[in-house]
Design a protein around this ligand. Structure first.
Ligand code: WQD
Length: 323
């Protein structure tokens, strides 16, 4: 299939592009390189440097590429920042997505695979969280993802576009074959922060609270390998070709705590990770876990390389490549 990967130079987008190329799809990356990197592009995929806020450029891109499907991963994703600068998230995430939807319906694009998030659920009311869990985002970033899912639903009804909304839990890891190693700049997530300490780029990790009701008192998250995520995008296109639109969780239903991540990184990198326990970060739940049963039943997908050692080992290798 001819597939446009919007945000394809980013951390997750580059893994998705790689997976699609590996399975014989024709890939056309569109990215404004605000957080994406040229280092993450592949020779076999064409690249257009463009912004989703540039309606003309986006339409020209669709006009020249004539994709049958789109993967949409172009978004800002710092939950904390979204609470301080909601306008920025409205424009880049919501307006940008509407521009994509309008251009997609104008050009008769049939399928959209959308990068959604567990952030649409907000604080867990039960665990593990399935797709029927109430959607009450705790931050504006999560709200933008939910709003975009709703626009997709409407465009699905009104314009016949079929979509898959993939609700990622905590994405981590790097290509197991080492083909992608562009590092995220100024990361706000735990694993890259821990890696920066291991790589000597940062003095210590701030541990946001050790008084949660978890085994070691630190927050537990469901980390999912980007290559597992990438595979789900490919499978989503196969499913959309033969069926209806759908929304699924992508996670493992197995959690790691902050201290487990730190200890395992020390073992894998053979570096000491200094950390300081500070207060809880507002809005952080103790535990977040996905129920991925629907992805398994409906999509035939399950995580294959999301064990903590593979997540951390592949990430550490990417950091070593850049050392
Ligand atoms: C993981 C754990 C922190 C940093 C965020 C978004 C979410 C989703 C994934 C995309 C928590 C602790 C973290 C640090 C720490 N994004 N931590 N010190 O908050 O689960 O999810 O990314 O859709 O929407 O909110 O991920 O990596 O920030 O935190 O102790 O310096 O690590 O408290 O328990 P989070 P995270």
């Amino acid at each position: 299939m001819r597939i446009a990967v919007i945000g394809g130079a980013g951390y997750i987008g580059s893994h998705v592009a790689r997976e699609l190329l590996d399975f014989g799809h024709e890939v056309f990356v569109y990215d404004n390189l605000s957080s994406g990197l040229r280092q993450n592009l592949f020779e076999e995929a064409s690249f257009t440097h463009g912004d989703i806020l540039d309606i003309q450029k986006l339409n020209d891109f669709f006009e020249s590429v004539k994709p049958e499907g789109i993967v949409h991963l172009a978004a800002l994703k710092a939950a904390g920042e979204s609470m301080l600068l909601p306008e920025k998230y409205s424009v880049h995430n919501i307006t940008g997505s509407l521009n994509i939807l309008n251009a997609a319906s104008k050009h008769g694009i049939k399928y959209i695979v959308f990068s959604s998030s567990a952030a649409v659920y907000g604080s867990p009311k039960y665990l593990p969280m399935d797709e029927k869990h109430p959607t009450e985002p705790e931050n504006y970033y999560g709200y933008t993802k939910l709003a975009i899912e709703q626009y997709l639903q409407w465009y699905g009804k009104l314009k016949g576009i079929k979509y898959a909304a993939l609700r990622y839990f905590n994405a981590a890891g790097y290509d197991v074959k080492g083909r992608i190693s562009g590092l995220e700049q100024n990361p706000a997530n735990l694993i890259p922060i821990v890696m920066e300490v291991a790589a000597g780029k940062r003095a210590f990790v701030s541990v946001f609270g050790n008084d949660y009701e978890t085994e070691d008192g630190t927050g537990v998250r469901d980390y999912i390998h980007v290559s597992d995520l990438a595979r789900a995008h490919r499978m989503a296109f196969d499913k959309l070709q033969s069926g209806e639109s759908f929304v699924v969780n992508l996670g493992v239903n197995s959690g790691s705590s902050v201290l487990e991540v730190i200890k395992a990184t020390e073992r894998i990198s053979r570096k000491k990770i200094n950390y300081q326990v500070i207060g809880r970060r507002p809005g952080d739940p103790a535990v977040v876990l996905a129920n991925p049963a629907l992805a398994k039943e409906f999509l035939g997908w399950q995580a294959e390389c999301s064990d903590l050692d593979t997540l951390l080992d592949t990430t550490w290798r990417a950091y070593l490549t850049n050392a």
